[in-house]
Ligand binder design. Sequence first.
Ligand SMILES: NC(=O)c1ccc[n+]([C@@H]2O[C@H](COP(=O)([O-])OP(=O)(O)OC[C@H]3O[C@@H](n4cnc5c(N)ncnc54)[C@H](OP(=O)(O)O)[C@@H]3O)[C@@H](O)[C@H]2O)c1
Length: 335
Amino acid sequence: MSSPLSRRQLGPYSVSAIGLGCMSLSPAYSNPPSEADANRILLEAFDLGVTHFDSAALYGLGHNETLLGKDFLKKHRQHITLISKGGVGPADGKRVIDNRPESLRRDIESSLKRLQTDVIDLYYLHRWDKKVPIEDAIGTLSDFIKEGKVRALGMSEVSAQTLRKGHATYPISALQTEYSLWSRNPEIALLQTCRELGISFVAFSPLARGFLGQSILDIDQFAEKDLRRAMPRFEVGNFQKNIPFYEALKQVARDNDCTLAQLALAWLLHQGSDILVIPGTSQIAHLRENVGADHVRLSAQTLAKIEDILSTVPVFGSRYNPVNQSEVDTEQFAV
Ligand SMILES: NC(=O)c1ccc[n+]([C@@H]2O[C@H](COP(=O)([O-])OP(=O)(O)OC[C@H]3O[C@@H](n4cnc5c(N)ncnc54)[C@H](OP(=O)(O)O)[C@@H]3O)[C@@H](O)[C@H]2O)c1
């Protein structure tokens, strides 16, 4: 290790501002890597200076944590900030949102076993199960802190109001939600609430799930189980209508001698020193490119140009389909 990557505060930890979202190392999008390639990506990320590794019980229905625990963490557990999530457990091989105490306990015990570690540095409630009061769900997670299984707590995809309630129950160190050039919902209330409460903000899907790459995605080539097949912005019709948005931003990237992915990450990092990003990838070349965004500086003029595009070139399709939208608790833009 390592080139000096910028560091930011993630709750009590100083970590690389650009982390690694590990979901793409398991089946999620198309073409997940082999186990050997996934390990190479983890090791390369570490060598590049990444210290913020984001996993979840859900990713690959346990596969992701098992992958991390098998080899990578044996070498580097002490040198990184290990993050996972529970509350959406793989139960009987299925994705189930369940925040009951016995289910959260099953999740944490299974995660620790798969990760082959005694403690997780930051543990998020992955989704709030609205059948369980948020105070009870966070209360259960705070028991894991007392038991030494978890060091800090986070929440994911919740509204500002729910975040406040969770934080009043037990101090929340980090909030993780989708934030990118095409998903700016956190600007309604969440970012401000995080700042007020001193909670770190982690932007997930910062590359718009691959939309903001160097070439236009071919949605016909998505694997049958690629998560994007269920996302309205990638549907035939909406997707084509989103190309002008892509092209306009691509031109800004060209003008700034960086790639579109780097522009997307740098833009997020320029939104505040309390924001961290966790791009995911299954390719070493993309990993290097993404980490390279650490050195991209955007002028006030460039930021204004981007703002102009975001406010004038529309994005078609909602972030989630109605089923997935019903599972989250975030504020919506009024349209
Ligand atoms: N809390 C939650 O509910 C939640 C939800 C979703 C995600 N997350 C977290 O956030 C992380 C990132 O989100 P994400 O994986 O959904 O979306 P993302 O990081 O926006 O995009 C990942 C996609 O972008 C592609 N990509 C990555 N770097 C690229 C580059 N430089 N050029 C072109 N394409 C590139 C990847 O393809 P290749 O593999 O080909 O590079 C992959 O398909 C996840 O790994 C996970 O840790 C959390």
